[in-house]
Design a protein around this ligand. Sequence first.
Ligand code: ZN
Length: 216
Amino acid sequence: MTFNHISTEEKQRALSELRSAKELFASRGWFPGTSGNLSVRVGDFDANDFHFAITASGKDKTVHTPEDYLFVDREGKPSEPTKLKPSAETLIHCEIYRLTGAGAIFHVHTVFNNVISEHFWNRGSVPVDGVELIKGLGNWEEEAQIEIPIVPNYADIPRIVPEVTAKLQAGIPGIILRKHGIYAWGANAFEAKRHLEAFEFIFEYVYRLELLKQGR
Ligand SMILES: [Zn+2]
């Protein structure tokens, strides 16, 4: 689908959803040092042809400006003329959309998601056992046990992409980059936000539980 065939209203809606999510997450301190990035997909999805709006690189996400977002294609290249540069991590968004057909992807760096990724790095995933908020991830099984995958973090983003391809798991709408942050996604911005909040709750829970176990 060419970008020009996507309606203006749909593009505006994506930008408005990004603005709301950005404001909310900024109020929680989830964008330290201009880190983090958010995207919302527009138009029909084809794994080989799609577009999404994403935060521009290096902007202070606690304020709103006319230069906050741009639209890019499946290769992370601008869909229309702009001087803005997409977030450095856009290629990770591209790969998650390609694999999942999601409608929105939110990425934040928090102390809890960083500490927990390092603590469970050797295991390769964060084990979560029977926590109610697993339902927030769309898994309604009683006493569900899940493993949230962790992938290595490299300065060279294209090197991270195949790691995401290899470790992304059906049924787990998120992946953690080691000592870096979480990518959470959903069918739309509402669902991606719910998933991100559930993940962050779970990370804090697991962190605190691990501390209690150490004190035994
Ligand atoms: Zn990041």
